[in-house]
Write a protein that binds this ligand. Structure first.
Ligand code: C2O
Length: 535
């Protein structure tokens, strides 16, 4: 294993998309940002320097950060932000993971433009558990607003209404070819007969997406830096924060084929139909030939999302076994997630849309939770997060609960080192049922079950897959349904759990899980680095 050094200069840069320019925050002048390459067991040392007037933090999404929570990145959870002119060195090791992840800013809505891919290659000399591709390509999906993104959410918070949807989706930073703006889209170049490994990363802000390539099928081999059984599909469903690595065989007639992404939004408030396109181009294709097009799934194509997710299984081979905690979990949580409405004197309707977990809308503390925990600072949070909704109701029924007002608080759920945890995330229909891509920091978890309707704690667990469930760090909770995950709490620290739709996070759909130190020599969180930012 080796040590790899990176320098991330966070700067503002004027950038043109959709025929208009605006200054955006980026890393090293690049949008999307630079790729972080490493091998399993390598340590990376990333020096992040803040050259903008905004506060900054960087999160290494999906990196386990074993005992190194100080390097995780979510603002006010594991660190105070890096202020203007300051720097912070993120130092961490890739342990037990290989594949594709992403890094992104983790403060306000900065991640809309501050993001990039992480590629963790196998140890030197260790092959992939699938045929070696001819070439590898990184494909980053995103969203673009013509307005400044912080202005978009600030305006929404002032009015109490949902924020504007993005003006375009992007593939490797580009919305697609537009003769009006004399801009071209991204092109993936291939040669007939060869196979390519596509590392697809979703850095989208508020939308889950479908990804398709006309005339081709894809073989998924890894998601969220965990190998899967090869799974052949013509559509990939990917939520913000998720990654999907798939083999593409260039086995079709020489020509040009459309690559398309489109939003999955099955809620009544969906207003976005935008499709972004890129091109798959075979060597030798005629310069001006037209592209074979592809039909994207309907915006509310829930069956397509279900078929994709049900097709994913852990590889579970002798080299890469699935280690699913079996039996009764030490901690069993039912987390009801969704949106509600709170009073707001200064808002247009006198109310504000909020989001919550078990009716608690999380309030960001002024000091990072991990510091408060480590230094025993009281008054920053309480460790009394409810393990189940305090007032149970018919979560997915049409009738909303009598009270849609959420409580507020900075509450965390505490578990002992190495305990086993089962979390059932239950979607709710308080305002409308909606799909939520839930992300847990500090762990990979197994998705042992999911279903539509209200979770049945007696019968549903009988159908859990404890053999080869897919291993992920972000999982979508189906609209009007639930998802169950399991993991072993073998990583001491303060770990954020939130909906990766940024608007839901802003509204309060977030909480933290505190994993206490173990008693063994390598079971406690390491001391903080000296340059850890102060609030
Ligand atoms: Cu990808 Cu808490 O984030």
């Amino acid at each position: 294993s080796r040590i790899r050094h990176y320098k991330f200069r966070v700067v503002r840069k004027n950038t043109t998309r959709l025929c208009a320019s605006k200054p955006i925050i980026v890393v090293n002048g690049e949008f999307p940002g630079p790729t972080l390459y490493a091998r399993e067991d390598d340590t990376v040392i990333v020096r992040v320097v803040n050259h903008v007037t905004d506060n900054v933090t960087i999160h290494w999404h999906g990196v386990r950060q074993l005992r190194t929570g100080w390097a995780d990145g979510p603002a006010y959870i594991t660190q105070c932000p890096i202020q203007t002119g300051q720097s912070y060195v993120y130092n961490f090791t890739f342990t037990g993971q290989r594949g594709t992840l992403l890094w992104h800013a983790h403060i306000n809505w900065q991640r809309a433009t501050v993001h990039g891919a992480i590629v963790i290659l196998p140890r030197l000399g260790v092959p992939y558990p699938f045929p070696k591709p001819h070439k590898e390509e990184i494909i980053i999906l995103g969203e673009w607003w013509k307005a400044d993104v912080e202005a978009v959410i600030n305006q929404a918070m002032r009015t109490g209404l949902p924020p504007n949807v993005s003006d375009a989706h992007t593939i490797n930073g580009l919305p697609g070819p537009s003769p009006n703006c004399s801009s071209s889209g991204y092109t993936l170049h291939v040669e007939t007969g060869k196979t390519y490994l596509l590392r697809i990363v979703s850095a989208a802000v508020n939308e889950e997406l479908f990804f398709k390539i006309a005339g081709h099928r894809l073989t998924v081999v890894e998601v969220d830096a965990a190998y899967t059984k090869p799974f052949v599909t013509d559509t990939i469903f990917i939520g913000p924060g998720q990654t999907t690595t798939a083999l593409l065989a260039a086995d079709q007639p020489i020509g040009k084929y459309v690559i398309a992404i489109s939003p999955f939004m099955d809620t009544i408030v969906a207003t976005d139909n935008q499709v972004a396109t890129a091109a798959l181009r075979y060597a030798g294709a005629a310069l001006l030939s037209g592209s074979a097009s592809t039909a994207v799934p309907a915006r509310n194509a829930t069956p397509v999302t279900t078929a994709f997710e049900d097709g994913l299984r852990s590889l579970n081979s002798p080299e890469y076994p699935a280690t699913v905690p079996a039996g009764a979990a030490d901690h069993s949580l039912l987390l009801a997630v969704g949106v509600g409405v709170n009073p707001c004197a200064s808002c247009v309707n006198g109310t504000r849309v909020v989001a919550a977990v078990n009716n608690v809308s999380f309030v960001m503390p002024a000091t990072a939770l991990l510091q408060a925990h480590y230094y025993n600072v009281s008054g920053v949070y309480t460790a009394d997060f409810p393990a189940a909704p305090v007032t149970p109701y018919n979560y997915t029924g049409v009738a909303a609960p009598a009270n849609m007002v959420t409580a507020t608080g900075t509450r965390v759920y505490r578990v002992g080192y190495n305990s086993t945890v089962q979390i059932v995330v239950q979607g709710t229909a308080v305002i409308a049922p909606e799909s939520h891509p839930m992300h847990l920091h500090g762990f990979n978890f197994y998705t042992v079950g999911k279903g539509i309707g209200n979770y049945d704690s007696v019968n549903d667990p009988k159908r859990f897959n404890l053999v080869d469930p897919v291993e992920r760090n972000t999982i979508s909770v189906p609209t009007g349904g639930w998802t169950a995950i399991r993991f072993r709490a073998d990583n001491p620290g303060m770990w954020f759990l939130h909906c990766h739709l940024e608007v839901h996070t802003t509204w309060g759909l977030k909480m933290a899980i505190l994993v206490e130190n173990g008693k063994g020599p390598n079971e406690s969180i390491l001391p903080p680095p000296k340059d850890l930012p102060k609030c």
